[in-house]
Design a protein around this ligand. Structure first.
Ligand SMILES: Nc1ncnc2c1ncn2[C@@H]1O[C@H](COP(=O)(O)OP(=O)(O)OP(=O)(O)O)[C@@H](O)[C@H]1O
Ligand SMILES: [Mg+2]
Length: 387
């Protein structure tokens, strides 16, 4: 489980260190940094897939994603007596992403390359990465450390050994070093991060694949766009928790039930709704109903991830459905750590009622802050210095 999420100098997240529990909901006004938090988590996940630099480039590169405010705000700037201005930098430019976990903690430090002849001068580079045990990266807790191109791990004897001397500055050690003997922590960390699952946007429009019959194969994990809904629901019925599936549908739509019709190996989702003489096919369901079924399939996956992140799952759902969605999410949080980014007050309230931690974001001079962080504990965190 991730116990702390830490982000530094990424968009509005200048100094963002928050505690996480089994069930978390991130909310706040427009522009307060909810989507930035979601994106930061995705970026972290990309490191384990080898794609952090490419993902950053897609977002406009480091220059665009780096905190656009001053390095620090003086009290005169805060009170309006002095203009907001940068002044000479005291520290080198660094974007940091990291988390503390119940087993391992990890952080990555991204920066600008030194001026060179390379045409890729806008690519950020990985300046450092660390894996350690426990909350803080004390020297004695450090397990694997990368500085520039050099990666070292601490062996069983406690002595440092070199794992790689020339790791490219766009390659993450988590993705590129697979040494089960000298650095089992890296492999474990990679497997952990790879199991994180993100759901951002399901297609429910008229042409959405979830509305069409499809070839049915075992689908323990719903795809990101929800295109294999029927197969995922059938998989839950056969090897998952069919009772939870029935309960989730009935909780949201009293008297309704869902089944899967199979014709020549092609699956189609059908729903019996209260008061109707025949079942409705997926193509006939409303956007909100289909989206709810997609969320059911995602949340009741027979292969639960270590971490499940949902971005605005309330989209196009009627507020009356949100308490049922809250219960469904809380059910999923018994098997996975869950982070929900949400605008919807009723969903936030439902998740809080189920024991979720609520991070209420607000913007303070362009920077994301957590309103109620004093009530929660600000977790211990420390960025590892470059030199
Ligand atoms: N490099 C940057 N430095 C500082 N702020 C930035 C940077 N890039 C984007 N922002 C700010 O981030 C904010 C958007 O944050 P985000 O998308 O996380 O908001 P949100 O909470 O998801 O809002 P909404 O509810 O509208 O979706 C914008 O106000 C924008 O000004
Ligand atoms: Mg947003």
């Amino acid at each position: 489980m991730i116990t702390t999420l830490a982000v530094q100098n990424y968009r509005t997240l200048r100094d963002f260190i928050v505690p996480l529990g089994e069930l978390n909901v991130i909310t706040g006004a427009n522009g307060s940094g909810k989507s930035n938090t979601y994106r930061a988590l995705r970026l972290l996940a990309e490191t384990a897939q080898g794609g952090v630099i490419r993902s950053l480039a897609r977002e406009g590169g480091l220059a665009s994603t780096l905190w656009a405010g001053p390095e620090s705000l003086s009290s005169a700037m805060r009170s309006g007596d002095a203009p907001i201005q940068g002044g000479p930098r005291r520290k080198s430019v660094s974007m940091g992403l990291g988390f503390a976990g119940s087993v391992f903690s990890y952080s990555i430090d991204l920066g600008f390359p030194a001026p060179s002849m390379s045409a890729f001068s806008l690519d950020p580079i990985i300046k450092g990465e660390c894996v350690w045990a426990g909350a803080l990266p004390r020297p004695s807790a450090m397990l694997v450390q990368r500085r520039g191109a050099l990666v070292r791990s601490r062996g069983d004897t406690g002595k440092w050994q070199v794992l790689h001397e020339h790791l490219a500055d766009f390659d993450s050690m988590v993705f590129n070093i697979a040494d089960p003997v000298q650095a089992p922590e890296l492999l474990a960390l990679r497997e952990q991060i790879r199991s994180w699952r993100f759901y951002d946007h399901f297609r429910t429009d008229e042409g959405a694949a979830a509305r069409m019959p499809q070839i049915g194969t075992h689908t323990p994990v719903l795809s990101h766009d929800g295109s294999d809904l029927a197969a995922a629901l059938q998989t839950i019925r056969e090897i998952g928790d069919p009772q939870a599936l029935r309960a989730a549908v009935a909780d949201a739509f009293p008297g309704a039930s869902v089944s899967i019709e199979s014709n020549d190996g092609r699956f189609e989702t059908v729903m019996q709704q209260q008061g109707l003489l025949r079942q409705l096919k997926a193509v006939e369901l409303s956007d909100g109903t289909l989206r709810y079924l997609l969320l059911v399939a995602a949340l009741l996956s027979p292969r639960p991830p270590k971490l499940l992140v949902l971005n605005e799952p309330e989209t196009s759902l009627h507020p009356d459905l949100l308490p049922a969605l809250g219960r469904l999410i809380a059910h999923a949080a018994q098997r996975s750590q869950v982070i929900v980014v949400s605008h919807a007050q009723r969903l936030v309230a439902a998740l809080e009622e189920q024991g979720g931690i609520c991070l209420q974001l607000e913007k303070d001079f362009g920077e994301t802050r957590v309103q109620n962080l004093d009530d929660l504990d600000r977790p211990p965190w420390q960025w590892v210095s470059r030199y």
